[in-house]
Design a protein around this ligand. Sequence first.
Ligand code: ADP
Length: 485
Amino acid sequence: MLAGEARMLVDGELVGTNSGATFDVVHPASEQVAGTATDGTVDDMERAVGAARRAFDTSDWSRDLEFRHHCLMQLHAALEADKERLRRILITEVGCPVTVTGSQIESPIAEVKHWADHGRAFEYLVDTGLHDTPLGPARRKLHYEPQGVVGAITPWNVPLYLNIAETVPALMAGNTVVLKPAQLTPWSGSELGRIVAEKTDIPAGVFNVVTSNANEVGAALSADPRVDMITFTGSTATGRAILAAAAPTVKKTLLELGGKSAHIVLDDADFNSALPLAAMMACVMSGQSCVLPSRILLPRSRYDEGLAVLQASMENFPMGDPWTPGNMQGPQISETQRRKVLGLIASGLDSGARLVTGGGVPEHLATGYYVQPTLLADVDPDSQIAQEEIFGPVLTVTPYDTDDDAVAIANNSIYGLSGEVSSADMDRAMAVATRMRTGNVSINGKSHFGIDSPFGGTRQSGLGYRNGAQGFTEYLHIKTIGMPE
Ligand code: ADP
């Protein structure tokens, strides 16, 4: 285990809270307290927002593109230098297996450089030429300007990745930022604060990190009239609360919320390639992923065959101590989360689902918040387990008869984050993919996800985009200036 930075970053200073209050950070694999983080208050949040407001309104940060690029390249170099420390802290607070930390350490660090370069090359001024108006021709220029103060609220499942994804493009676009990391993973945020304070020229107030064990501190950030935009990743329930808190001041919100994505396996698919991958996706990160295609839809004509491949893959999945190389599934992040997963499995069985494998706590892993890879068959598409996000290593399987039925079952959800289609026939796969009401689809395991492609949910899975060109312009607004030719 390795404890992370316990202090917050407020107005350029690494600080505790006035009362000295802290809260424990628990390592999910050992259930031991690994260290503490500052239990920041609403007062601390108000000071941080005040500092960010002042830095935006009175410093050159929003106007000095080259300086921002210089600072973010310093941040990139410092993160690179501290990579192994950050990896150990991530494993300590999340329980993520060391073998699969690449997407949570190497990828986000590389993305800092990506956004620095993207922001430097971005055209902030676009001349759209002369336009006819009743009063004669007018030239129009579009000025892309930063939103102002951005509040970033992040979850615990991929904390360093999301702390970077929510703050670095915002900073590079010229905004100032207040980051509120999740209670279970404060260090991936406070470490970022420490590195910014100690290793970069980012001015005081431009980047702030307020850790807290209280939800009201995030709520204060989303309601504060001095904040211009909230960027959030987390549950749909919290997203609704943030949207409501942001409404009185009509803040721009960028929300990446829950998902309940379906994987439509067509009857001509190669089961031996599609289904082991589906099982792996469910178990890596212990299923704690918003994009996980957790509802598998199998053609009735090949139902038993599909279940057998999934069962074998889940029963052989390498699970255990996250520090042991080779293990790819670790514990759930907390006892509360484990209980929630086990409760949803029980509700699935109550509603008539059949347990094919798993369903409980692995006997050989008595310490740590582990849950067995779990496969439930004959799942009613309207039941709670088919409708609610589980965030555990659980796949539900439902049979279908025709491609149309499969699309209807996939779309029977309040969510619309991602989805997957497997088929030997690309035309058929595309016909299905285009009818799925969702923001992203993978065909035959080819990922839709990457820094260069927009990622966002439809329906109750979110508003707006991360990544791609859109993922940068979300942090800008357009001022259109009309002038004589
Ligand atoms: P979980 O319930 O799995 O912890 P959440 O979506 O509730 O996930 O939490 C994600 C982030 O939202 C965390 O940083 C948490 O502190 C924050 N949060 C929780 N409730 C609120 C709220 N009412 N307003 C703003 N932020 C909140």
